[in-house]
Write a protein of this length. Sequence first.
Length: 77
Amino acid sequence: MDLSNHTFHSLFDQLGLPSTESEIQRFIAEHRPLSDAVALADASFWTPAQAQFLREEIREDADWAEVVDQLNLALRA
């Protein structure tokens, strides 16, 4: 089990996305607000691999689940 403390920066790295603070803020601003009717992993802006990763992390309550939840909230605010 990976016991590291995952952050937005590391999540964006994991997803293969630009991960500086300004790039993360830009991504969130460009994709917010995500409709409550759309599950995070079903959003149109993910690649199939990114969507699968997000879906699995939430479903399995895996290491990344907490920061994925934080991203979900940030995109809906």
